[in-house]
Design a protein. Structure first.
Length: 385
């Protein structure tokens, strides 16, 4: 029996004997993945409440409210009589925006003039305000078109309502539904899995030092630190890669086809977990303490999603933000996943990103193995938490 196999069987025996460690590679990831999929299953926000202040008391406001109610994303949740009352509703969280129909709007349009609706979104909540403004604008555009047609029919001089000579028509690529499910579920699920992979790797190696069992660990691997680390991490790498691929398959079966190569996505998943396994053991090698390593991993890997550039752009961000983003494998993975899952980018565009993730993995293990070998053979470094 080879040292790698003995180490692998030793780790499997440990997992069978320790329920909570086993839970970290079985039902806990499944529960978290299912929870994330359920949270964003609606795809887009619906029925977000807004307030409409009708200071005009004319047909325009009535038509606008009808069109606003017909949009899927918002509903008229309040009809305050003044803007101040509407702002109070925003501050209390009862509505996400206030739309004001100013006095004289209907009269101005009837005379061939221009009316303006005033929208006040709660920009403290960027996602909600963006969603309600989209539907507020859609309802306004439909009302404007209807009024323009009606006005042109009444006026003899049709040039007064002539459309502008140049317009902009937006045609959204790759996520035309602007679905939060397509945007967030793959990102959040892999963010959870890579964090758990990193923590599991650090915990598996760090407890040998903490519990003073490093001698038995190395003995099972014939004193070969490469076999010792590989055999110990193999169950975690296999399980988390399987979870990642399975979540991708379920996501695709749920109605979101993969635009590019499924094989590149699977390779990206495997390389991501390999890289963070290496980073996890590297933190243990650098600190010599399991608990300190887990804390540092929580900061480094836990912040990967926020600094990935997938949710908030890092282009033009402060230098620290751009450096930290580039120093996380998840940043490169998020770009590769977007290219193949949503955009259908050519292989030549994605392979270099996978090469960067592989470089992280190779560099992490190359640095970690000598450090762990020294720690595992130095009893003075054992027993530290």
């Amino acid at each position: 029996m080879t040292g790698l196999r003995r180490t692998l069987l030793r780790e499997l025996a440990f997992l069978r004997a320790n329920g909570w460690d086993l839970a970290l590679v079985t039902w806990i990831p499944l529960l978290l993945l299912a929870m994330m999929a359920w949270l964003f299953a609606a795809g887009v926000p619906r029925d977000l409440p807004v307030a409409v202040v009708d200071a005009d008391h004319g047909a325009v406001a009535r038509q606008y409210v009808q069109l606003l109610e017909a949009t899927p994303g918002v509903r008229v949740g309040a009809r305050p009589t003044t803007p101040a009352e509407g702002f109070a509703l925003i501050r209390s969280g009862a509505v996400w925006a206030v739309v004001v129909v100013p006095a004289g709007t209907s009269r101005a349009i009837d005379r061939g003039g221009v009316g303006t609706l005033l929208a006040y979104p709660n920009a403290a909540y960027n996602t909600q305000s963006g969603a309600v403004m989209r539907d507020i604008g859609t309802a306004g555009a439909r009302l404007g078109l209807s009024l323009a047609i009606g006005t042109e029919a009444r006026l003899k001089d049709s040039a007064a309502t002539m459309a502008p000579p140049l317009g902009v028509e937006a045609r959204t690529l790759f996520n035309p539904q602007t679905s939060y499910e397509l945007l967030l579920v793959p990102l959040v699920q892999t963010a959870l899995l890579h964090l758990m992979m990193c923590l599991a790797a650090a915990s598996a190696v760090g407890r040998e030092l903490r519990d003073g069992t490093a001698t038995a660990w190395l003995a099972a691997a014939d004193d070969d630190i490469f076999a010792a680390v590989t055999g110990k991490l193999l169950p975690y790498f296999a399980v988390y890669t399987l979870f990642g691929v399975a979540s991708l398959a379920v996501f695709s079966a749920n109605g979101w086809p993969i635009a590019g190569s499924a094989w590149l996505l699977i390779a990206a998943q495997a390389l991501l977990y390999l890289a963070y396994a290496g980073i996890g053991v590297l933190f243990v090698g650098l600190t010599g303490r399991m608990m300190r390593s887990l804390s540092l991993i929580g900061v480094y890997a836990g912040a990967s999603l926020a600094f990935s550039g997938a949710l908030f752009p890092t282009d033009g961000a402060p230098l620290f933000t751009r450096i930290f983003s580039a120093m996380t494998p998840y940043h490169w993975f998020a770009r590769a996943q977007a290219q193949q899952l949503e955009s259908g980018a050519p292989m030549a565009a994605t392979v270099p990103l996978l090469a960067v993730i592989l470089a992280f993995a190779l560099a992490a293990f190359a640095l970690a193995l000598p450090l762990l070998g020294g720690l595992a053979r130095d009893p003075a470094r054992w027993g530290l938490r």
